[in-house]
Design a protein around this ligand. Structure first.
Ligand SMILES: *Cc1c(COP(=O)(O)O)cnc(C)c1O
Length: 412
């Protein structure tokens, strides 16, 4: 049976594509593994997300910086959260105005912030006292007044109910205590009018998400009061999850909108922002690769694939497999298989998953939810395999956006 994440339009286009490839000499293009992004689906999904007036939406570019993905988001009215010069250049290159770009990230040097200002960026999430000083200096040198949100990291003292289930200290932002030393009036070149907080990932429960957000309001309002800041903007980052493990749990967007309307009122802010990564783009994307070998080893059914964590790293760091199916239809009884990639390290495993029992050499496997944290969150250079090709499906047509590249392309 076709899993729900595997859309018929994608299956059809891949079948046509495979048929066409068989007649051409270009088959090796796809052999190593490739990505397909269903932009028709993405467009519908984004228009659903934009159909509300509670939340201002930004796209966390790190989730998928492909030009055609950015263009689709821009057309639907998304703004862009960039964390490096490379991401900024890529968004600007798609003719997106700098006024729609926000800069976050712990590694902002004075030089970088000045360069971002020169390129027209006027919205910054500041993550350290140095960043605040440097940005103030750069803005006064360039005679502009960027909007600034301070990034806050909360901790819960021992014994208190900790909604995050851990108190890991990260480089993202600063504690309320550290921010309290700041006087907003000491930074006349900056319009400091917002707070940013984001310390959770892949949340799948509306109730838990709302509970978490609710607990942020009191400490953030207290901080704003201490800083003598008029709190106009609250940015709650990303972290809205997708159901990689197919547990049947899914976030309801209308509930999120209703919950955030509530948070917005509680915080008394005029703007509430989210920077979405995976919730915006994961579902539109697929990764396809083929089976190189099948064997039985100590009672494990093993499939060795042409592409593994060199193209799709996430399972190795999270131990969560992407959902997968065989591209060819089969009525064979399902069996469990260990999926291994081509790298000579035991890290290169994409999961233990159920597949039709007759899966064999040269069959293609298709992975879902690969639209976010796929192509660019991988380790493509190890062992000198090919860089994956990327295709988009738009108006029912499959188009190659970047060719697969052999190792000779980058080796010196
Ligand atoms: C990565 C990131 C996001 C997006 O996270 P998702 O969990 O993919 O939604 C949003 N904001 C910031 C600052 C990030 O670093």
């Amino acid at each position: 049976m076709r899993p729900s994440w595997l859309r018929p339009a994608v299956l059809e286009s891949l079948a046509e594509h495979n048929a066409a490839l068989q007649k051409s000499a270009d088959t090796e293009q796809d052999e190593a593994g490739f990505f397909v992004y269903d932009l028709d689906f993405l467009q519908q999904h984004l228009s659903m997300l934009m159909g509300q007036d509670v939340i201002k939406l930004w796209f966390a570019v790190k989730a998928n910086p492909l030009s055609r993905v950015i263009t689709t988001l821009a057309q639907q009215g998304f703004n862009f959260d960039v964390a490096s010069q490379g991401e900024l250049s890529q968004v600007l290159a798609q003719d997106v105005s700098a006024a729609r770009i926000l800069n976050t990230g712990p590694a902002k040097s004075k030089r970088q912030m000045k360069a971002f200002l020169s390129q027209g960026v006027r919205t910054f999430v500041v993550e350290s006292l140095n960043q605040l000083q440097w940005l103030n200096q750069a803005a006064s040198e360039l005679s502009c007044q960027p909007q600034v949100l301070l990034r806050v990291q909360l901790q819960w003292s021992e014994g208190e109910k900790n909604p995050l289930g851990g108190n890991e200290v990260t480089p993202f932002g600063l504690s309320c205590q550290a921010w309290q030393t700041v006087k907003v009036s000491d930074f006349p070149a900056l319009n400091i009018n917002g707070l940013h907080i984001f310390q959770w990932g892949n949340m799948l429960s509306n109730e838990r998400m709302f509970e978490l957000w609710s607990q942020m309001v009191t400490p953030l309002l207290a901080l704003a009061a201490q800083l003598d800041m008029t709190l106009e903007v609250l940015d709650l980052g990303g972290g809205l999850g997708v159901d990689y493990l197919q547990t049947g749990q899914e976030l309801s967007w209308p509930s999120i909108v209703a919950d955030l309307a509530n948070i917005k009122a509680q915080a008394g802010v005029s703007e509430l922002w989210l920077e979405l990564g995976r919730f915006a783009v994961a579902e539109m994307g697929y990764y396809v690769t083929s089976v190189v070998d099948r064997k039985e080893n100590f009672q494990h059914q093993q499939l060795v694939l042409a592409g593994g964590i060199n193209h799709l790293m996430r399972p190795a760091i999270t131990e969560q497999p992407f959902p997968v199916a065989m591209l060819r239809a089969s009525t064979a009884k399902p069996d469990y298989f260990d999926l291994h990639g081509p790298l000579c390290t035991s890290l290169d495993k994409l999961g233990t998953v159920a597949l039709a029992g007759d899966v064999d050499v040269d069959d293609q496997l298709i992975f879902g939810f690969a639209g976010a944290y796929g192509f660019t969150e991988s380790m493509p250079f190890f062992l000198c395999h090919s860089i994956a090709a990327e295709y988009v499906l738009q108006q029912g047509k499959l188009e190659q956006v970047r060719r697969a590249q052999p190792a000779a392309w980058y080796l010196r």
